[in-house]
Design a protein around this ligand. Structure first.
Ligand SMILES: Nc1nc2c(c(=O)[nH]1)N[C@H]1C(S)=C(S)[C@@H](COP(=O)(O)OP(=O)(O)OC[C@H]3O[C@@H](n4cnc5c(=O)[nH]c(N)nc54)[C@H](O)[C@@H]3O)O[C@H]1N2
Ligand SMILES: Nc1nc2c(c(=O)[nH]1)N[C@H]1C(S)=C(S)[C@@H](COP(=O)(O)OP(=O)(O)OC[C@H]3O[C@@H](n4cnc5c(=O)[nH]c(N)nc54)[C@H](O)[C@@H]3O)O[C@H]1N2
Ligand code: SF4
Ligand SMILES: [Mo]
Length: 693
């Protein structure tokens, strides 16, 4: 029996340090590393299940070629849909198909599709990027998660950064805003509980009473997409009651007179109408925030998945500058901190290898549109670190696109995901227990090294190894395709960022992790990287781009598709996006089937009671869910948690049949949560208006 250090590879802010037990060549236990300052020995249930996941009989262990028709119409993808082939055959077939597409339509007809299924720097953004750059492939804008917030908050703060979460123990108020931390950021809960012991109040703002709302001390329930109005209403009260920090504003902020004038319109009564709160609640929240010291905002990731998501983030990030909370230990705001780990991406990804840096780009939220683009249809799709046939919007059209007979699709994954149901070639990926990799967190400030603890299983290959092999097959002779994993890590760390100073491979090999050298207070007050060098309430850059220069509330289109309910589909507790959704134990703990939470008023209209199978539909598609009638949601809002894999035999399919490829106001972000639907108690039947309306 041996114990090893490891890192959780999942797309989760906590980036936990793991302690892994290996016995007879198998992982038998995964626990949190007790010495890591943030992980503190605790991890979530999902990753405690990694021994079973790593050695699951369903894991892909060798390359396969399709022998049966594509699609999820009748049943899930099964190994019987494929025949086993050798790596030599697989690589030769991919290279030959790529070469003939390049000769015919050009390399821009080949689209890589990846996200952060494995957050490792090597797995997610190294050899793969070099390969597709050298190929001259279509560029992919990786916008599915965080790009509206990155763009929106940068207008106010200059960079999408926040304070060190370890300082949250010093807060006296923590405002958890559109962030379900009990499920999605458990170590923020541990830190907040410590703050609570020291007297802090925990306030939650969300559209539904989620697990975090139940844990917090106070809960404010708002209408979807109304958070900018709420923040502006809070500013109105803070300014009216002189709860702002004038000295701070004078020294560090730009545009206060314009802001003060602008928020006159957002009196508590108006704000209440816009948000669904009462005027008293608006006053109370503003006073709670304005009088606590230090006050911290933990701003969520999902909150930005609205048509107006960029502006929501831009607006909320103004609050700590108004109250002078930056620079106070335990105050300020945390949205994300990934920006600080400034690895040398130019060397890692080699954008210079691309023959056409300003060539064709596809926004990953608009994969459905790109696949169905008659003028320039994508001819080859190469999927890794992602499961688009589950996570991307507008699945009805997306899957039509994936079924185009001439489309050549390759999927590299650990499991036969829903996307594999559309693959011509499936390639087996190593688990992170089999790889060397480098990790950062998008929340805490530690960089970590992950060393292999298991031999490679079956014929699996890691992402960097796969793209090294493909480069050889394509005849790419550039030296960069010969770099080993160690070299890639050294290159990543060889950056002139002050935050990475003193962090190198030998140190990471010795200690496992190292804290970034971020000065106390983050960028504040040393450097506020906006054009003016101040927090910008008024942004000339936004004005120049045709955007409102002041924080603003833009209501969501409640007429979207003429459907009565706003439909919100955030992550659940035990799946990680669509990863872990194939674990039957996790499914059981999540209640066997996906549900839709409906307010009694909305349910009554159609005689729906809890447990009824219902059809949720709009003009883009439909899916079947089980009704859960509850006052945890507001009238007019329906909530379904988790991305469940399709099961055609059980009538299960992705909630993303209902979402749209529309992009947000800033950053090309996803609009998963700005969707409207109808609900009917008619299982199995497809009412006439479902698909076409
Ligand atoms: N267990 C688990 N953990 C995860 C994930 C997972 O799938 N499962 N996914 C990971 C990833 S990739 C990400 S990006 C993060 C996401 O995690 P979070 O940052 O917590 O974001 P979400 O869970 O998407 O949304 C947070 C909350 O925003 C609420 N919300 C939706 N619309 C609005 C609105 O208009 N106003 C307000 N105030 N609230 C709104 C939702 O109801 C939800 O409760 O979690 C990561 N961690
Ligand atoms: N309706 C709705 N849709 C959403 C969201 C939502 O809240 N609501 N959330 C959105 C968000 S925030 C995000 S980030 C996206 C996430 O979307 P994705 O990034 O697609 O996330 P996953 O579904 O977890 O799929 C990751 C896949 O990568 C595979 N994988 C893991 N490690 C490796 C590896 O080393 N190599 C290879 N080749 N594959 C590997 C996993 O097995 C898994 O199948 O989903 C988005 N979609
Ligand atoms: S999914 Fe998140 S909480 Fe769970 S082990 Fe990984 S990093 Fe930690
Ligand atoms: Mo995400």
């Amino acid at each position: 029996m041996k114990h090893h250090r490891s890192v959780c590879p999942l797309d989760c802010p906590d980036a936990c340090a793991l302690r892994v037990t290996v016995e007879d060549g198998r992982v038998t236990r995964v626990a949190g590393h007790p010495d890591h300052p943030v992980t503190q020995g605790a991890i979530c249930h999902k990753v405690q299940r990694f021994p079973e996941r790593t050695h699951a009989p369903e894991r892909l262990l060798y390359p396969m070629r399709r022998v049966r028709p594509k699609g999820l119409a009748v049943q899930r993808a099964t190994p019987d849909d494929f025949e086993r082939i050798s790596w030599e055959e697989a690589l030769a077939e991919i290279a030959q198909r790529f070469q003939s597409i390049i000769a015919g339509q050009g390399a821009e007809a080949i689209l890589p599709y990846s996200f952060y299924g494995n957050m490792g720097v090597l797995s997610a953004e190294s050899m793969d990027r070099r390969f597709f750059n050298r190929l001259g492939a279509c560029h992919l804008d990786r916008t599915i998660c965080n790009s509206a917030a990155t763009a929106g908050s940068a207008y106010t703060l200059g960079a999408p950064t926040g304070v060190d979460p370890e300082d949250s123990v010093h807060a006296k108020l923590i405002l958890v805003w559109g962030c379900n931390i009990v499920s999605t950021n458990m170590h923020q809960v541990m830190l907040a509980n410590e703050a609570r012991k020291r007297g802090a109040t925990l306030v939650v703002i969300d559209v539904h009473r989620n697990r975090t709302a139940r844990w917090g001390d106070r809960f404010y329930q708002v209408k979807p997409g109304s958070d900018a109005a709420l923040a502006l209403g809070m500013m109105h009260v803070l300014i009216r009651d002189d709860l702002v920090d004038h000295a701070f504003i004078e020294q560090y902020a730009l545009g206060y007179p314009e802001l003060a004038d602008h928020v006159q319109h957002y009196d508590p009564k108006t704000t209440a109408q816009l948000t669904g709160l009462t005027p008293n609640q608006v006053e109370e929240l503003a006073h709670l925030y304005g009088s606590a010291d230090p006050a911290l905002i933990r701003l969520g990731n999902g909150l930005q998945h609205h048509d107006n998501g960029g502006m929501i983030m831009r607006t909320i990030t103004c609050l700590p500058a108004l109250t002078g909370q930056w620079g106070k230990r335990g105050g300020g705001l945390i949205k994300g901190n990934g920006w600080y780990a400034q690895f040398n991406t130019t060397t890692l990804q080699r954008p210079d290898l691309h023959p056409n840096p300003h060539g064709r780009r596809v926004n990953m939220n608009q994969l459905a549109d790109a696949l169905l683009d008659d003028a320039r249809p994508i001819q080859a799709l190469f999927v890794y670190n992602s499961n688009p046939a589950q996570v991307a919007p507008d699945q009805t059209r997306l899957r039509q696109g994936l079924l185009r007979p001439e489309l050549f699709t390759v999927v590299h994954d650990l499991f036969l995901t829903d996307t594999c149901a559309y693959a011509d070639i499936v390639l087996p990926a190593t688990s992170h227990f089999e790889n060397l990799d480098l990790y950062k967190s998008y929340w805490h400030l530690y960089v970590q090294l992950n060393e292999p603890v298991l031999p490679i299983q079956g014929e699996c290959r890691s992402n960097p190894e796969l793209f090294r092999n493909l480069a050889v097959e394509m005849g790419f002779e550039d030296d960069c395709f010969k770099d080993t994993d160690e070299t890639l890590i050294e290159q990543a760390l060889n950056s002139n960022s002050p935050y990475l100073e003193g962090i190198d491979l030998p140190r990471l090999r010795r200690d496992g992790w190292a804290k970034l050298k971020v000065p106390e207070g983050g960028l504040f007050p040393h450097r506020i990287p906006t054009p003016s060098g101040k927090f910008e309430f008024y942004s000339a850059t936004m004005a120049a781009r045709g955007l409102p220069p002041l924080p603003e509330h833009t209501p969501l289109d409640e007429q979207e598709g003429r459907y009565p309910l706003a439909f919100i589909t955030p992550p659940n507790h035990r799946f990680l996006n669509s990863t872990c959704s194939n674990d039957e134990r996790m499914q059981r703990l999540e209640g066997e089937r996906p549900t839709v939470q409906l307010h009694p008023q909305d349910a009554q209209a159609d005689g729906i009671v809890s447990g009824d199978p219902v059809v949720v539909f709009n003009n883009r598609g439909s899916c079947e869910l089980v009704a859960e009638v509850t006052e945890d949601v507001l009238p007019g809002t329906a909530v379904s948690l988790g991305l469940w894999w399709d099961d055609p035999q059980q009538g299960l399919r992705s909630v993303n049949h209902l979402t749209d490829t529309r992009i947000s106001d800033m950053g090309g972000g996803a609009t998963f949560f700005s969707v409207r639907v109808g609900v009917l108690k008619r299982p199995g039947e497809t009412p006439g208006l479902l698909e076409t309306d």
